[in-house]
Design a protein around this ligand. Structure first.
Ligand code: MN
Length: 246
């Protein structure tokens, strides 16, 4: 009933290709599935890729048509803050997104309205499936999915040690590997951390397989738990630390 898709990062063509591979059909400005399946995005819809506006519009149209759900990712959150007029550093591909929106004087109100409507997490199928961008904590179940104060750091960025690695990137804590399962713990599907293959451990599925870095855009079909992938057309960004388990 759901097709959960990893970090799209404005990879419009790969996104459309994957939707078609999953059986979605383009009708009335939106993709819909003949069996009523819904797309669920793990966030990081924006930044780095070549088609920010096209991606935003397709995602928004599918959302409004009731064919797509999404959580917010750290990149989307940055674009939201930019649209609101907050001072943000336009690095890591946000410059491409902002240039594309500005080149056609795209409505900032529309950007704000859409991203403010996305929660930090989604619980689906009677709490059996949790969707989050970066990291899941079981206590989230008791927290309002829009509670910025409580959820922002874990859901958008995930836990870090506070140190930097040899690429000067923050060292992340492998929360999924340390997860302690209870009988009713949900399956967690997330993105944010790039892996060459989906990283599956303790009922968690990281499906960011680095489409933007020339890898794959990955979908996890639920409840079938079947993986469907589309190869990136090109390497849009250099994949720092590829091949290392970080
Ligand atoms: Mn990402």
């Amino acid at each position: 009933m759901y097709d959960v898709i990893g970090d799209v990062h404005s990879c419009y063509i790969e996104f459309k290709t994957l939707l078609e591979k999953l059986g979605y059909v383009y009708t009335y400005n939106s993709y819909q599935h003949p069996e009523g399946r819904k797309v669920v995005l793990v966030g990081d819809i924006m930044d780095r890729g070549n088609y920010p506006v096209a991606t935003f519009c397709l995602v928004k149209d599918m959302f409004e048509a009731g064919n797509l759900l999404s959580v917010i990712g750290n990149h989307d959150d940055k674009i939201l803050r930019w649209a609101k007029g907050n001072g943000v550093k336009l690095n890591n591909g946000a410059d491409k997104t902002v240039n594309d929106f500005e080149s056609i004087s795209f409505s900032k109100e529309e950007i704000i309205k859409f991203f403010e409507g996305l929660p930090y997490y989604l619980l689906l199928d009677n709490n059996k499936l949790a969707i989050v961008h970066a990291a899941w904590q079981e206590r989230n179940i008791y927290t309002d999915p829009f509670d910025n104060k409580k959820l922002r750091s874990d859901c958008l960025f995930g836990p870090v040690t506070g140190e930097r690695d040899h690429y000067n990137l923050p060292v992340r804590i492998n929360w999924a590997g340390k997860r302690i399962l209870k009988e009713d713990s949900p399956i967690v599907v997330y993105g944010h951390q790039v892996h060459e293959e989906p990283y599956i451990i303790n009922k968690t599925y990281c499906i960011d397989t680095g489409c933007i870095f020339g890898g794959y855009l990955t979908a996890l079909r639920y409840p079938e738990m079947e993986l469907v992938q589309t190869k990136a057309l090109m390497e849009y960004y250099e994949w720092i630390g590829k091949g290392e388990r970080r």
